[in-house]
Design a protein around this ligand. Structure first.
Ligand code: PEP
Ligand code: MN
Length: 315
């Protein structure tokens, strides 16, 4: 149990929070947020927005302020980028998820964003957390690349403590000794967050792996592990992207992933419904049937499930 969490800790009745984003119930329905790493042009953003919406994404992501390793790399279009996102929203109806990196920008970025993203590099920027807390807007809080679950949940606590209950967490991979992948995507954080907190948790397999071919298997795994949603980078022409070109999904791959996600969700719903139907009375009934079959077998009667195969079936 993580101590000292007052507002982010799981509730005694285990009720989970639902964050409402323009009618989309995050935490209740599985939500895919998709779009380019960076907003580059109006054409690129709007075409991507239309395509991801058609494929089933419920929100559009896109960076107008890009925290880059090099100060000489593309830093984002700023206000111009936000205006492009606004056009994409008008065109598609998709709510906008975009990163804010500076306390001074929170209020005016909030005029364009439906969800304010706090990036991994700013997870522990406490003044920024307080400021977005005051904004009252839904906040997408990414896990810092060197952060423990306890540190991450304490950052959510900063936002909640300002009176803003609308926090969505996002696992995006951490730095480990493994350098094959861009980061080590820690899917174990999905059940960990659901145990320790009532907040919804998403997974970002794009930054989490940095490898295009790994995005689909990690997305499906996250869905099976109980993630509340995914944030995925998609670009109409990844080869020409101004940032993260290796990991952005081209549209056809994203469409195929969304179809597999729909089937995975349906499978999980069925599995969970079956598990719920499998009540203690059913188990007692099954144990009784097994006992009767065993005693018949001992008396020489043949069972359709006789022998070890039957034992395997009830194991
Ligand atoms: C992003 O989602 O645009 C981003 C920069 O991700 P992260 O903060 O997780 O690196
Ligand atoms: Mn990116």
């Amino acid at each position: 149990m993580i101590k000292n969490l007052k507002l982010a800790a799981s509730r005694p009745d285990l009720r989970r929070s639902v964050v409402d984003v323009n009618g989309i119930k995050v935490g209740q329905e599985f939500v895919v947020i998709a779009g380019p790493c960076s907003v580059e042009t109006e054409m690129q953003t709007i075409k991507t927005a239309i395509a991801v919406k058609k494929a089933g994404a419920k929100m559009l992501r896109g960076g107008a302020f890009k925290p880059r390793t090099s100060p000489y790399a593309f830093q984002g279009l700023g206000l111009k980028g936000l205006k492009i996102l606004d056009k994409a929203k008008k065109e598609t109806g998709l709510p906008i998820v975009t990163e804010v990196v500076d306390t001074r920008d929170v209020s005016w970025v909030g005029e364009y964003a439906d969800v304010l993203q706090i990036g991994a590099r700013n997870m522990q920027n406490f003044s920024l957390l307080r400021e977005v807390g005051k904004s009252g807007k839904p906040i997408f809080l990414k896990r810092g690349m060197y952060s423990t679950l306890e540190e991450w949940l304490n950052c959510a606590e900063y936002i909640l403590a300002e009176g803003n209950p609308n926090v969505i967490l996002c696992e995006r991979g951490i730095r480990t000794f493994e350098t094959y992948t861009r980061n080590t995507l820690d899917l174990s954080m999905i059940p960990a967050v659901h145990t320790e907190s009532h907040l919804p948790v998403f997974v970002d397999p794009s930054h989490g792996t940095g490898i295009l071919s790994m995005i689909e298997p990690m997305s499906l795994a996250a869905c099976i592990a109980g993630a509340d949603g995914l944030e995925i980078e998609v670009h109409i022409d990844p080869a020409s992207a101004l940032s993260d070109k290796e990991q952005q999904m081209p549209i056809p791959l994203f469409e195929a992933l969304m179809e597999k996600l729909r089937r995975t969700q349906a499978f999980m719903e069925e599995l969970n419904a079956q598990a719920q139907a499998f009540t203690p009375e059913d188990k007692a009934q099954e144990a009784q049937t097994a006992e009767e079959t065993a005693s018949k077998e001992a008396r020489g009667a043949k069972s359709p499930h006789s022998g070890k195969a039957f034992m395997d079936a009830v194991d």
